[in-house]
Write a protein that binds this ligand. Structure first.
Ligand code: AHM
Ligand code: MG
Length: 335
């Protein structure tokens, strides 16, 4: 594979090479890519098109919605409901499963997404992204219900994210490694620029919202304090810390140069198992990270093995460079 291959060519090649990514999935991923191009435009226009700021409304998680949360959700629905490949959709911004309107062709797949992850950053012009996960619809009814979406992450057919940063990128896995495409705005295509992305096994960089430190459990306290202790501590080397508050940007950095990202279980709100959502944040990102040679865990369990219990279920997330994630899992086991 060489630079210059566009996404559609890449998917056709991948199908020939691996006998995966059947034409239906190729078509669906093509439409998801179109949705991400539209979102990239909307995010890029920023204040020029009056889309900054918040609405009065809250989503199912009780979070105030940004105008762009709602606009980007509608872009995803509008484009993908007509793909002909979907039986239903679900997203961070909708309480229940979304039914494909009457009159549109229904397909065999389910699409779960977070249309604008990290949207608290959008007003301050920091990178945001879109995360998506494709599942098979195994049911018989013409309209799937929430229970049809509740499949472990190991059953994802494809997963990916778009990052709206200094350039727009689409990073994708169909279970045969991870590849990154950059949006060439001159021709309006995603072009393969990062073939076969892999995460270095070791790292000197960690990402965690340190303002929650007093709520962390002992294994995470231990891991972070050992990193912070640097050269003279038990790790014998200095670490660097990053926190963008935008999971897509965080995972992308890890794919490029290694690192560990944690939004762990904490005691801040005992009713919540973690902050990030399993179906449309943790699962797709975990598949990407594992396919790039990294690991993803709650600290106690592989995320991709979790049997989901709800569309908006939250989980602790610890992902990134293999050796570091193994270390944090080890600290949980010892505790
Ligand atoms: P969102 O989907 O409402 O944008 O929330 C998810 C985001 C992640 O992108 C990021 O890792 C985390 O929430 C940031 O949380 P915090 O504001 O606690 O730093
Ligand atoms: Mg999100």
């Amino acid at each position: 594979m060489h630079t210059g291959t566009n996404l559609i060519q890449f998917l056709a090649d991948e199908h020939r090479r691996t006998a995966s990514v059947c034409p239906d999935v190729q078509a669906l991923l093509g439409q998801i890519a179109v949705s991400c191009k539209e979102i990239s435009n909307a995010v890029n226009q920023g204040a020029l098109s009056g889309v900054m700021g918040s609405l009065e409304s809250e989503n199912i998680q009780g979070e105030t919605q940004k105008k762009l949360d709602v606009i980007t959700n509608e872009i995803f629905l509008r484009i993908n409901e007509r793909s002909g490949q979907l039986a239903g959709m679900a997203s961070e911004e909708m309480d229940d499963a979304y039914t494909i309107p009457d009159g549109y062709v229904r397909g065999k797949y389910l699409l779960v997404f977070d249309p604008l992850d990290g949207s608290s950053n959008v007003d301050v012009n920091i990178s945001v992204g879109t995360i998506f996960s494709v599942l098979r619809y195994e049911g018989k009814a013409s309209n799937p219900v929430a229970a049809d979406f509740l499949q472990p992450g190991t059953r994802q057919v494809a997963a990916g994210y778009a990052l709206y940063g200094s350039s727009t990128m689409l990073v994708l896995t169909t279970g045969h490694g991870v590849n990154g495409f950059s949006l060439d705005r001159n021709v309006g295509e995603f072009v393969l620029t990062h073939a076969g992305m892999t995460i270095p096994a070791e790292t000197k960089e960690f990402a965690i919202n340190a303002s929650n430190q007093r709520f962390w459990e002992a294994p995470v306290q231990r891991y972070v304090s050992e990193c912070v202790a640097g050269k003279t501590g038990p790790r014998g080397r200095d670490f660097n810390m990053r926190w963008v508050a935008s999971m897509v940007a965080e995972v992308h950095r890890i794919l490029i140069r290694g690192g560990i990202f944690m939004y762990p279980k904490d005691t801040k709100d005992p009713a919540k198992a973690g902050k990030l959502r399993l179906m449309y944040e943790a699962n797709p990102m975990s598949l990407i990270v594992e396919q790039a040679g990294g690991l993803s865990s709650t600290g106690r369990q592989r995320i991709l093995d979790i049997q989901p219990e709800g569309l908006h279920q939250r989980v602790p997330v610890i992902l990134g460079s293999r050796q570091e994630v193994e270390r944090v899992i080890g600290y949980h086991a010892e505790a």
